[in-house]
Design a protein around this ligand. Structure first.
Ligand SMILES: Cc1ncc(Cc2csc(CCOP(=O)(O)OP(=O)(O)O)c2C)c(N)n1
Ligand SMILES: [Mg+2]
Length: 544
């Protein structure tokens, strides 16, 4: 019989994990030894546990499997809670494996180091940010518990928690037998599909809106095929930006309500049927809608449910639904109707001596992608994410709903660890939180390109509260620091310098490149400016 540590690692791999991110500690040292020596999964250690969580989250978003974060008991585990909360909010299946005291320690009578209120406080905290939990303290039940939580992570696309007492690493157990996926009830599925297709047939101006769950459940290509067959226009939400990046004939643009492309906004808000697939009904996706989502003209397929008007079908996996819709849909209007309008993105930045504005960065990146091909992107929260809306529809992992800072750089390291070369967008405030993780790139041979928006400001706060001096950050000269932690940094202040530095970064391989873009305080991207105007007018309307 295998040791529990080996059984768990093999099960993670069987369920779609591709790598492990972590930081060891005495409560997981024996487990980390097995991880490193068994090589069942490659492992990457980082410098601070929030980054471990962000990297595991972003890796899962890109390879479509499970993200894995291994941390020590207490101090390590509590450090990763915020990243796991963000993964929960944005439907990312991260498996948190946290060390814990062994059976004898628990009854030693001592208060244990790293313990908070009680020995089980860690489990109690993670119950709030995971969909399922397992404590592997009994060899007889451990394999079944592992099978259950890993199926939960995959089926619900949500984080799960595995507590691994340090005296269980070598415990002999049965191998983990994966549980069968839970399919939709066939009759309910047929009834649901008939109702959806009937609603589409009656609609005169239907539209499809997609969001992150279509990637989490691997159905992007099938949805593109469905949109083509039905001849329906399709847009992404703010959170869903970058989805269907290989289906330019299908994606008309991104719906941003009052802050977006008016033609896209009209497509959604004038629609008499909005088919929402994998959509998170969040404020960041819909708060700027001129017309709030209306259940009478909406079908929402998300979280294994399909809501039509005011009734719902339960236990309806998105993949089963899309397969059944695609199989039973009859072709409609010509595909030409798909792209009545497609958003256009700025190109052709003049390489001149003018100072740089945030939207110039988007134009320079569009030009770079045209010359060298699109790169997978990660972004932090800040004006960099709003600027990303002006970059052509490219694969993107960003905290567009949870909106937690610190995600961008570690997420980029997570994506780079999957074998891709990402372009990372980050503001100076967020970089101050987790940007230093770039110092781990050299030992793993990772060479992401980082574009750092240095406005020496918490600019997203300043636009709402300009009178506060706490928004004035100091200038830390990040490019200089990059050179001392294994990368190459360049500081640019004109559009010509920006274009040249990006070109050098693309050709520079084997070490990370950091392009520190100097921006004036008070100047935001065009998209953020429209968002702020939209939020302020929405707030004024609510105040009346
Ligand atoms: C973990 C966390 N703590 C605080 C905040 C609150 C916040 C949202 S945006 C922002 C300023 C971001 O500054 P940065 O320089 O990165 O970007 P920019 O605005 O373009 O200049 C803060 C402090 C959030 N969202 N998450
Ligand atoms: Mg800033």
């Amino acid at each position: 019989m295998p040791a529990l540590s080996h059984a768990l690692l093999a099960a993670l791999k069987d369920h779609g994990a591709r790598e492990i991110f972590g930081i060891p500690g005495d409560f997981v040292l024996p487990l980390f030894k097995v991880i490193e020596e068994s090589s069942i999964l490659p492992s990457v250690t980082l410098s601070h546990e929030p980054a471990v969580g962000f990297a595991a989250d972003a890796a899962a978003r890109y390879h479509g499997g499970l993200g894995v974060a291994v941390v020590t008991y207490g101090a390590g585990a509590f450090n990763v809670v915020n990243a796991v909360a963000g993964a929960y909010a944005e439907r990312s299946p991260v498996v948190v494996i946290a060390g814990a005291p062994g059976a004898r320690e628990r009854v030693s009578g001592f208060l244990l180091h790293h313990q908070a209120r009680t020995v089980d406080t860690q489990l109690a905290v993670f119950k709030e940010v995971t969909c399922d939990q397992a404590v592997l303290s009994d060899p007889a039940t451990a394999p079944a518990q592992i099978a259950r939580v890993l199926r939960s992570a995959k089926e619900l696309s949500l984080p799960v928690y595995v507590e691994f007492p340090r005296d269980m690493v070598d415990a002999e157990v049965e191998p983990v037998r994966p549980l069968p996926p839970r399919a939709a009830n066939r009759e309910a599925l047929d009834e649901c599909v008939d109702e959806i297709l009937a609603r589409i047939a009656r609609a005169e101006r239907p539209v499809i809106v997609v969001d992150v769950e279509i990637r989490r459940y691997g159905v992007e290509d099938r949805i593109a095929a469905l949109a083509r067959k039905l001849g329906l226009p399709l847009v992404t939400t703010f959170m869903g930006r970058g989805l269907l990046d290989n289906a330019d004939d299908v994606v008309a643009g991104t719906y941003l309500g009052a802050a977006g492309d008016p033609a896209i906004t009209q497509l959604v808000e004038d629609a008499d049927l909005v088919l929402m697939l994998g959509v998170i009904l969040s404020d960041t996706n819909f708060a700027l809608s001129n017309r709030a989502p209306d259940p009478r003209r909406m079908i929402l397929a998300a979280s294994r449910e399909v809501q039509i008007g005011h009734h719902a079908y339960r236990d309806m996996p998105l993949g089963d639904l899309i397969d059944a819709l695609e199989a039973r849909a009859t072709p409609r209007a010509t595909a030409a109707g798909l792209l009545r309008q497609r958003s256009t993105y700025p190109r052709g930045l003049a390489a001149d001596d003018l100072p740089i504005a945030p939207s110039d960065i988007a134009t320079a990146i569009n030009d770079m992608f045209d010359r060298h091909g699109r790169m997978p992107m990660t972004s932090d929260i800040g004006d960099c994410l709003f600027t990303a809306m002006e970059i052509d529809n490219t694969a993107l992992a960003a905290p567009g709903y949870y909106a937690g800072m610190g995600f961008g750089v570690p997420a980029g390291i997570g994506v780079a660890s999957t074998g891709l070369r990402p372009l990372i967008l980050v503001g100076d405030g967020a970089f101050q939180m987790t940007g230093w993780e770039l110092g781990n790139c050299r030992r793993y041979g990772l060479d992401p390109i980082v574009v750092l928006f240095n406005n020496c400001s918490w600019e997203m706060l300043r636009v709402f509260q300009p009178e506060s001096r706490f928004n004035d950050l100091d200038d830390w000269h990040y490019a200089e620091i990059a050179n001392s932690i294994g990368g190459t940094g360049e500081r640019v202040a004109t559009r010509a310098e920006l274009v040249a530095a990006l070109e050098r970064a693309v050709h520079r391989r084997g070490r990370f490149s950091l392009v520190e873009v100097m921006l004036p305080r008070g100047k935001t991207s065009d998209t953020l400016a429209r968002f702020v105007a939209g939020f302020k007018s929405a707030r004024e309307r609510m105040a009346k």
